[in-house]
Structures are given as C-alpha cells and as structure tokens.
Design a binder for this molecule. Sequence first.
Ligand SMILES: NC(=O)c1ccc[n+]([C@@H]2O[C@H](COP(=O)([O-])OP(=O)(O)OC[C@H]3O[C@@H](n4cnc5c(N)ncnc54)[C@H](O)[C@@H]3O)[C@@H](O)[C@H]2O)c1
Length: 417
Amino acid sequence: MISVLGLGFVGLTTGLGFAKKGFRTYGFDISEERLSSLKNFNVPFHEPYLPEVLKETHNKTFFLDTPFEEAIRNSEAVFLCVGTPEKEDGSADLKYLLAAIEQVLDVDTPKFQVLVTKSTVPPSTVSNEVIPFVKEKLKSSKQRKVGFASNPEFLREGFCWEDFINPDRIVIGVEDDHSREVLDKIYKPFNAPVHYVNYNTSEFIKYLSNTMLSTMISYSNEMSMVAGAIGSIDIKKSFRILHEDKRWFGSPASMKSYVYPGCGYGGYCLPKDTSALVKISEKNGFTPSMLVANINTNRVIKSHLVDNLDGKIGSDEPIGILGLSFKPDSDDVRLTPAKDIIELLIKKGFTNIYAYDPISNNEFKKHYPALSLKYLDSLEDIVDKCDHLFLLTAWSEFREKKDLLKSKSLYDYRYAL
Ligand SMILES: NC(=O)c1ccc[n+]([C@@H]2O[C@H](COP(=O)([O-])OP(=O)(O)OC[C@H]3O[C@@H](n4cnc5c(N)ncnc54)[C@H](O)[C@@H]3O)[C@@H](O)[C@H]2O)c1
C-alpha cells in the first residue's frame, strides 16, 4: 500500500501510475478544492490520459476518500510530492515538505514505512534536513520505524503519463536495505533501468538534468544576443542548421561525450573560437557573460584538480601523465589541457613527471620543449615507473588495458574508465 501526498502534476501522476500498476494507492492533498474536483473525475490541470486513468482506477486501486490516519497506518511507502517553491533568497522552500512529513509522523504505526521524497529538493536535503527533522520528531516514539528514500521525478508537463509509465530511467537514493526492498517492489513492474545511489547523488542527478537544460536555453538566448549585437545574422536559420549536427543523434560521436566532466577543453578550435566570439561581441557592445564564465571555468577546472592533490602525493614521487593530445585519436597538442596541468604540477613543486601518449609524445616535446618531463614509450613502462597516474586524454588503449592500472592511484580526469 502506498500513500501519495500532494496531487499536482507529479503526485497525481505518481498516484495514478502506481494504481494502474495494481498497487493500492491513497492520494491526499491539503487543497479541498483540488480533492473535490478529483473526486468528480475532473483533473484540475491539463494533462492527457490522467482523466481516463482516474476514472479507471478510482475506488478500485486509487482512493481519495480513505481517512488519512488509516491510509498512513497501512502504507509501506509514503511518496512526498508537494511543492518546493523558491524562497526570496533563491533557495528552495522546504516548508511544505517538512509539514507533510510532520503530518505523516503524527500517525502512529508499528509498521516499517519509507518516506520517499519525490519533490525536487537540493542535494543534501534528505541527509541534512529530512532525517534530522524526523529523528527530532520521533525522539519520544518507541514504535515508529521509518526509512528514507529520494526518488526524483523526471516527467515533463504535457507528457506526465507517458514519462511516468515509460520512464527512461528511475533513480532511487536509498541507504538501507529495508527501504531498498520496498522501493524495489514498487518499481519492479516498470520496465526501466533502476539506479540505486545514495541520497545526495540521487538529488544531484535531478539538478544535473534541470540545470543542463536551463544552461542550454540560456546559452541559446545569449548566442542570439551576440548575433543581434553583431548584426545581419539569420538567428533562426543558424539554430536550425546547428540542430542538423549528427552528434545530436548519437553517431558516430554523440553530444553525450561533451556533457561529461573532465579536465577542460583544448585543441585548436574550442578555446580560440570561444574567446574570439567574446571579443567580437564585446566590440559590438554586448558582453556574453555565459561565454566569459565558460572560459573561466575551463581555466579554473585545471587548478582545481591540481589543488585537490595537496598532501596526497609527495613532491618527489613519480607522477605519470597518461595522454598528451587534447583528445583521443589525434596528435594535436595545441592548447591541450595536459600542458596546463603539467605546468601547474611543476609549479606545485612536483619534480618527477613522466608522460606517455600513444602517438603524441613527439608533438608535445616539439611544442613545449621547456617543460621538464620524461617521455616513455609504452603504457607498461609508465605503469612500471609511477604509482600515481593522471589520465588526461581518453585514449581507448587506457580503457582496453585498464587492468594494468588497477593497483595504481589513478586520477581519471576524463572519466574514461
Ligand atoms: N511539474 C513538473 O513538471 C515537475 C517535474 C518533476 C519534478 N517536479 C517537482 O515535484 C514537486 C511537485 O511539483 P508539482 O508540479 O506536482 O506541484 P503542484 O504545485 O502542481 O502540486 C503540489 C501539491 O501539493 C499539495 N500539498 C502541499 N502541501 C501538502 C501537504 N502537506 N499534504 C498534501 N498535499 C500538499 C498542494 O496543494 C498541491 O496540490 C516539486 O518539487 C517540483 O519541483 C515537478
């Protein structure tokens, strides 16, 4: 048995979705108006399929009239789907979430119950807000046994039903076996990959998704302002043609490979072209702040990675650089992140730096003769010499021979393995 608190886009879809899958599901909302409209089979917002599923499941597997206490007492999981609006200072307002949790905890039951946060909440909310809040509330309750889960929702308004019933992925942040078993049972009937992670990761994945989307939108808008400032540019056509790039469609190298953290972009094109566009736009009176921030992040990421090593490696210990070119399958070393990172390592006082690239050793030596490092001819050699390895180019050789790297302290700055 499942209870769902908050019957907006997310909660109503979730409740009906579980009901459709055959779970006995109880829906609650503090808005009487919303509830009475639902009881009359009127979905108070436009969302395809929900009215039909409501008619199909109401009073069969989906219940809106059950007393709150009875439903909570019998539920193995309570899905919290209330709003998390923005506060004046920009942070997320958790008052509806905590109030809903309080109502649930006011019902006493000996049954183990999982409080599942489905509302979108900033990473660390379950760990730092929800759990301490619940612990405090239950200080004097001997019998209440509560587990926790974070289960962000990725549905899109207008497609709520399809997205919920046929999800492309299900993310569950859970840190105890009992709660995991409950969630496992609930999501078993869904034919989708279920990813179990910890609470923070689960919450983060939702923001990773939304902020990437918002960044792409702002990026597009900023680019339209750059184009407008320069003038005589057909913006609509430009974007339409951008969309024809085969990388959007996944082949041969998909856009995904650009949406991955690493040690920054380099090479002949991206750095200089990003800078040049900033300059011409500024000359025309518009400062593209996202592009300026983009260049800054590309610089900061390298020192950030090197600063993170403080105290972890002795300055005379051998360090091995795996990969020198700016990307795999190329020997182009112009503006390669490896150059900046090696420079930063030398500046930090590391004196014993080795490098191996499947094809770019000579190019690198030619371009950067002043850098003091020793070049090796094979992966085996560098693994032999160095206990600390920095993977800076995602060559397939490193992936294929990753067993060689197992016993080493490996800093995979391309998330390649
Ligand atoms: N709308 C989306 O597309 C979408 C997608 C994914 C995630 N989310 C997230 O899901 C959450 C809910 O979003 P929504 O669009 O469904 O919000 P919504 O405003 O449509 O619905 C929230 C509902 O919760 C009810 N509520 C508030 N306190 C309650 C309580 N104590 N008990 C019972 N009901 C209570 C409200 O009356 C309201 O009907 C938010 O955190 C949102 O960020 C939204």
